[in-house]
Structures are given as structure tokens and as C-alpha cells.
Design a protein around this ligand. Structure first.
Ligand code: NI
Length: 183
């Protein structure tokens, strides 16, 4: 168990498609300790989610869980969910635009449109197949983390750069920016 260094934007690992994890390797100590490190690193930096490429491992593994409310004070707490080789099986047509940040774009924020509801399929850390339905902020975090596995960052998904904000300005002005003014 260890806290790992977070790759920052500009590092090519964040722009590569991550490799699928062979199912027979899921119970290996390398994969199991990588998952433990992802959980520890996400907690340490108060992330709502983390993808393996963010700790320099180009593998299709994500952790989603809002176990700390400091970075996302308006969100509901959800336990950590680990998904290996995740695939979005369905997206709702219904979308919502809201603020996102990323540990790999340190203290930069912007508004991103995402589907309100999704179904994600993949494998848990025991190697069992799982299907997860997610809504709202949790669905947003899943979409953001799965994007990392394909070399996409939230800024790529912004329909306008008008909301792009550094942390101090985000904390000062974001509540003033109405969603409809940004469309
Ligand atoms: Ni991110």
C-alpha cells in the first residue's frame, strides 16, 4: 500500500489508450497492490475517482468513490468501486452540464456536459463480472475516469472554454456562473 505520484497533463501516459488487464492476471499481487495504491492515492488527494494511467500505469482500471467530501462538498458519499476493463454499456440521452476537476490538471476546473445515467460493465477485483448503474454525479465520475483509459481529459469534453478556471477563481466565481450563461 502506497501513495503514488499523480501524472500531470503533458505526461504522455495520460494521452495513451490503456491496456486491457488479462482476466487471469486480476488476482496477481501486481494488480492487487496497484488497486490498493490507487485507493490510497485517491484518498490522499481527495479525488472522487482515479484511473490507473494517472499513477503512470497504462492499464484499464478505475476506482470511483466519494469517500471524502472536502473536494466535492455537495456530493453524496459513495463507497469505493473498482472496475477493471470497464465499458459503458449504455448512456442516457438526457445530459447535464456541471463542474469537473481532475487530479492530473491540478486545480483547474471547467463545465462539462455528461449523460445523467449510465450502465458500466466490467470486472471487480476478485475477477467477477459486474454491471453498475450510476446516476448524476457518480455517473459523471465514471464517465470522466473511463475517458482517462482512452487518453481523454475533461477539457477535451468542454463545449466552451468560457468556464475554464484556476482554483482560486473557481472558488470565488463558480457559484456566480449560471449554467445557461455558459451554453
Ligand atoms: Ni481525472
Amino acid at each position: 500500500m502506497a501513495i503514488r505520484k499523480i501524472a500531470q497533463t503533458g505526461n504522455p501516459v495520460l494521452r495513451k489508450k490503456a491496456e486491457l488487464v488479462p482476466l487471469e492476471n486480476i488476482d496477481s499481487s501486481a494488480i492487487q497492490s496497484l488497486i490498493d495504491d490507487m485507493i490510497d492515492t485517491k484518498e490522499e488527494y481527495h479525488g472522487a475517482g482515479l484511473a490507473a494511467p494517472q499513477i503512470h500505469e497504462s492499464l484499464q482500471i478505475i476506482v470511483v468513490g466519494i469517500g471524502d467530501s472536502e473536494r466535492y462538498p455537495d456530493s453524496l458519499l459513495t463507497p469505493d468501486t473498482i472496475i477493471i476493463n470497464p465499458k459503458v454499456a449504455s448512456f442516457s440521452q438526457d445530459m447535464d452540464e456541471d463542474w469537473e476537476g481532475c487530479l492530473s490538471l491540478n486545480d483547474l476546473w471547467g463545465m462539462v456536459k455528461r449523460s445523467n445515467e449510465i450502465v458500466v460493465e466490467g470486472y471487480n477485483r476478485e475477477g467477477g463480472s459486474i454491471e453498475i448503474q450510476a446516476k448524476g454525479f457518480t455517473a459523471r465520475v465514471f464517465q470522466h475516469e473511463i475517458d482517462h483509459l482512452y487518453g481523454k481529459l475533461f477539457v477535451d469534453r468542454m463545449s466552451s472554454m468560457d468556464s475554464l478556471s484556476f482554483g482560486p477563481e473557481f472558488r470565488r466565481y463558480s457559484k456566480m456562473l449560471k449554467k445557461e450563461e455558459l451554453l
